[in-house]
Design a protein around this ligand. Structure first.
Ligand SMILES: [Fe+2]
Ligand SMILES: [Fe+2]
Length: 273
């Protein structure tokens, strides 16, 4: 995956993050005692075993029941979306079915993570969590809008997953860490699939991409806000999630062909939607 230039990345983060932060002040700093460490404190390292959460605590398991459900639901929807994309791009149906199978494998892995901790995933919560993006994907699918479908699944949802898994790995239990490390590599493959298709069709896709971004990026912002309090219990910081998401998303948009200014304008849509 190509790296965007450092200055444009820093500019985007500098522009977007403080404003996002002002919009998302709730739920960011739950002071949860975890093995003597306090999560939610900026700069608290999670690199040593001493800093890891207590994976057996009721507080951890309660938060994990929702985070894990979001992950499982996300993997299921990713599977369904790639199968659906195969109907819009029939000559790519085999490749898209291969991506879909990877998502099911991820789903099974994360289901095992919950079982390993003795947690029941809160699936009704997760289905509700994904409703706006699912509805928009289904509408675009019904209209045959392959560009919008690819932006929602391959760029937004994959970048969201990459960010979540990156930030989770250092604070995960050992079983989940091994599974997540394998999964995150696959998610880059999926993001790259959409990125390359959109790059090859950039001029024809540009206007629809910008509209799809305006319609869907605010939902991703709300999803990040909605998950922040539970993520903090798992020692995943909201600011890190936002930064990692923006980096993955911006790198994809850069590779597809957008300019730094266009990307800044697209990212700003997260603030007004
Ligand atoms: Fe996945
Ligand atoms: Fe994926």
């Amino acid at each position: 995956m190509a790296q965007c230039d450092y200055s444009s990345r820093q500019t985007l983060i500098a522009v977007v993050m403080p404003t996002l932060e002002s919009l998302t002040t709730s739920g960011s700093t739950t002071d949860v005692e975890t093995n003597g460490a306090v999560s939610g404190v900026p700069g608290t390292p999670a690199m040593s075993d001493e800093a890891l959460p207590d994976f057996t605590s009721a507080t951890y398991k309660d938060a994990y029941s929702r985070i894990n459900a979001i992950v499982i639901e996300g993997e299921q929807e990713a599977h369904d979306n790639y199968i659906s994309l195969g109907t819009l791009i029939p000559d790519q149906a085999d490749e898209l079915a291969r991506l879909a199978r990877m998502e099911l494998k991820h789903l099974k892995g994360f289901t095992a993570c919950a079982a390993n901790l003795g947690v029941d995933a809160d699936m009704p919560f997760a289905r509700e969590f994904f409703t706006p993006l699912r509805d928009n994907f289904q509408s675009a699918l019904g209209e045959g809008k392959v560009v919008t479908c690819l932006l929602i699944q391959s760029l937004l949802i994959e970048a969201f997953a990459i960010a979540a898994y990156h930030i989770y790995i250092p604070v995960a239990d050992p079983f989940a860490r091994r599974i997540t490390e394998a999964v995150v590599k696959d998610e880059y493959t999926h993001l790259n699939y959409g990125q390359e298709w959109l790059k090859a069709n950039f001029e024809a896709s540009r206007v629809e991409l910008e509209q799809a971004n305006r319609d869907n990026l605010p939902h991703v912002r709300r999803m990040l806000e909605g998950v922040a309090a539970d993520a903090a219990v798992l020692q995943m910081e909201k600011e890190d999630l936002i930064e990692d998401f923006l980096i993955a998303y911006q790198e994809a948009l850069t590779e597809i062909g957008f300019s730094t200014r266009e990307i800044a304008r697209m990212a700003a849509a997260a603030l007004v939607g």
